[in-house]
Design a protein. Structure first.
Length: 390
């Protein structure tokens, strides 16, 4: 089968700049390359690092790049925005889409797989395209979405990352064309191992410290401010917090106002909280294993939560919130707290595991077992099988 894959136009494939969606695309492209199942053409923005990536030498996966960063491209984007108003997206995405479309209409694909871009499905449907598949990673298509009826009816299949997102799409219409396929991670990379590249001492922790880890983007919706408030409420010098991440991928050099506000708040217990800044993705498993437990207190309706799976995969007991698709991933193995009265709930959950080492061990074992459900190989196999059934 000949398949075209349209990314949203923000980050390149292969995922040389990171990105959760982009890593998932890499997983199924790698699986397709090894199994030789389909002829796949994937469209994404250009990045010079892709030239060195071995994936682009595949004979079944083909990579078409759109220049969106050169001076000429940036000028063209501005001009496009000037002459085209009230489009579905901003001028950046609209310009990218038109460049993709110029190649796509010559491609004669059997189906078009759209990664997260519900608006791209709308635009293609208006140009007469059929056999459109939407892989939905976020809450972007529901009964209040723009052109939701047109988009829904134009799609042959909607693959969602959680039942939470599936239920949101189902507010438009109940349909068996909506299917959940859970995301996967590399369980070989995220697994307990002894030869770590770092140690607690290098991070300012002792072996006696009870270390919490937060991993992910640093923004308000992720609950990191509330977690620091819980640390302030606990007032226990033996409990430490390691905060892994930056505001947007490798944007560590440009700290935003929110991160600075967190650091100002943390000054009251600055010996107990470490901000690592951006950590390359391949190093994250080593940092996670320095901790005793993971605390990932999302304050918004998380569509899936890859950091939840990553924490479980290295064997960490987990404290999280009842938010979006999170309970589907870790119900029965994690401490799931309600978002109302969140600071007190987090403090109590942390103290509970701090005081109960046996419970902590049981939860660690349960995390490892549960994480096996989210292997990247299983994800890729199920994902491509769903396309084959169309």
């Amino acid at each position: 089968m000949k398949i075209a894959v349209l990314t949203c136009g923000m980050l390149p494939i292969p995922a040389v700049q990171g990105g959760a969606v982009e890593n998932l695309i890499d997983f199924y492209l790698d699986y397709n390359n090894r199994k030789k199942l389909h002829d796949i053409t994937v469209y994404s923005p250009w990045d010079p690092k892709v030239e060195e990536h071995p994936a682009i030498s595949s004979d079944v996966n083909h990579y078409v790049y759109i220049d969106v960063t050169s001076f000429k491209a940036r000028l063209a984007r501005r001009l496009y925005g000037y002459f085209h108003h009230n489009e579905y997206y901003n001028h950046f995405i609209e310009y990218y889409f038109e460049k993709v479309y110029a190649d796509l209409k010559k491609n004669n694909s059997d189906l078009i797989l759209i990664e997260n871009g519900a608006g791209l499905a709308y635009k293609l449907s208006q140009r007469g395209y059929k056999n459109l598949i939407l892989h939905l990673h976020n809450d972007l298509l529901h009964s209040q979405s723009r052109y939701h009826d047109i988009i829904f009816n134009s799609l042959s299949k909607i693959l969602t990352v959680s039942d939470y997102i599936k239920e949101r799409v189902s507010t438009i219409q109940q349909s068996d064309k909506i299917q959940t396929i859970y995301n996967g991670i590399d369980l070989n990379a995220f697994s307990p191992h002894k030869n770590l590249s770092i140690n607690r001492k290098s991070m300012g922790f002792t072996e006696e410290d009870f270390v919490l880890v937060y991993s992910g983007r640093i923004n308000r919706e992720k609950g990191i401010s509330e977690l620091i408030d819980a640390m302030l409420q606990l007032k226990n010098p033996c409990i430490k917090l390691m905060i892994l991440g930056s505001s947007f991928f490798d944007n560590a050099r440009n700290e935003d106002v929110f991160i600075q506000s967190l650091k100002n708040k943390a000054k009251r217990i600055e010996t107990q909280i470490v901000f690592t800044g951006f950590i390359p993705y391949n190093q994250v498993p080593d940092y996670l294993q320095l901790a005793d437990i993971a605390v990932l207190p999302s304050m918004w309706d998380e569509p899936f939560g890859l950091t939840i799976v990553e924490a479980m995969a290295v064997g960490l007991p987990l404290i999280t919130t009842r938010s979006g698709g999170i309970p589907e991933i870790c119900e029965g193995v994690a401490t799931i707290v309600e978002r109302n009265n969140i600071v007190n709930n987090l403090a109590n959950a942390i103290l509970d595991l701090y005081q109960d080492s046996e419970k902590k061990k049981r939860m660690a074992a349960a995390s490892l077992q549960r994480a096996k459900l989210f292997d990247k190989e299983s994800f890729a196999e199920k994902f491509l099988a769903a396309l084959e059934r169309l």
